[in-house]
Design a protein around this ligand. Sequence first.
Ligand code: ADP
Ligand code: ASP
Ligand code: MG
Length: 449
Amino acid sequence: MSLNIAKFGGTSVANIDAMTSCARIVMDNAATRVVVVSAAAGVTNYLVQLANEELTVEQINQVIASIEQIEFAILTGLDSPPQVSVKLNELLNLLRELAFHEEILHRPDLKDAMLSLGERMSSLLFAELLCQKGLQAENFDARKVIKTDSDFGQAAPDIELVAAQANKLIKPELSRTVLVTQGFVGSDEQDNTTTLGRGGSDYTAALLAEALGADSCEIWTDVIGVYTTDPRITDKARPLPELSFEEAAEMATFGAKVLHPATMVPAVRRNIPVFVGSSREPEKGGTWIVKDCKQEPHFRALTRRRDQVLVTVKTPSMLYASGFLQQVFEILARHNLSVDLVTTSEIAVSLTIDNPPNSVRARLNRATIEDLKQISDVSVEEGYDLVTVVGNNMHSAAGVSSQIFESVRNYNLRLICYGANPHNISFLVSGKDSTDVVKELHRDLFEVS
Ligand code: ADP
Ligand code: ASP
Ligand code: MG
């Protein structure tokens, strides 16, 4: 029998009506035996606020009340079954306890324990909804299976252990029941709760699809597929019926929020097709992301990643000093920072680092900069966005780059990455220009026939 993993994002489980559409999607496909849910929309943002901001007792209570309101509205929609009410209240009590402890102790493990609660509440409620619809379904604790390192806020899964645990604890259950589990959440070797980074529920679904050898993985969200660019940037964006693994991986890495950056990695390893569609409008179809596409156009999509930090490391002694780049990258590796764009000159290296607000862990921290300062002068500039054109054979076709650069000729491109990969051309632009840059590129590359 074939196996499908279905993941429902925050807006898809935001309230009882949205959840009801998701339940229908699960019940319409007998192959869907594992369901991964996000926290209800808004809840993780509140939890991040509790974890990261200095708050008064009154403010903490207010934030918790906002979360309660969202969860209780869903519980009421389910007619507040007593057992589920008890469990939900237990989770909310745990939240209260963690929030006050964390405010004093500032421990990353407490932050992750707190952040996991959004998914733990929504999975409890969604499993109950499926049961009320007549499906045999159970809530399953993802922490038993998604084993990770202890990099709280951005934990990395141990692929072999995840596979072993999934085969031991999930697989034998699937003939008996549908399992509803939490995205985004895992646990480390000591069984501390960890999280995979913002938007990580997509990644959980793909990891479980890989571990269980699923035949497909569905990402149900608030758009009817992956578009030529974020439909919030331009209403001219249009949904793509198909995408290749490589194209989707580039899009996810370079900011197409519809997929967490790591989502495609497990899918590619096991050649599992990934579907992206709208849980509110499943009849509208969606995007199939597959190994080989029928067409490989030069230009497939545009992405934007906001909040990029440009770090320039400069030393006169870099002149002829062959070990300098190595030293810079060693420091970045030690702090677990990945770099996207790099340019070098004789005395300087500039690189971009993703430093989104609202993530659990500030990536570029003072310690990294202090270490870099030990070997060079360091300047840090903020307020940039990274715009990427995703497509195929971009470095080997005449005219591709001139078409792109002609389109953005009126903007200052601060850094350009071209030719490292046939699937993308990226450039760094001022944050205030990026919407116009994407719109103009979209018009020139996708709207003219
Ligand atoms: P979920 O909560 O379901 O995980 P997300 O908000 O994480 O949903 O992702 C869906 C959003 O991704 C869309 O509402 C859209 O604004 C944004 N997005 C960015 N780029 C794209 C793209 N190329 N195609 C579709 N959606 C995109
Ligand atoms: N709830 C988490 C977040 O908002 C994970 C996810 O939704 O994918 O980042
Ligand atoms: Mg998401």
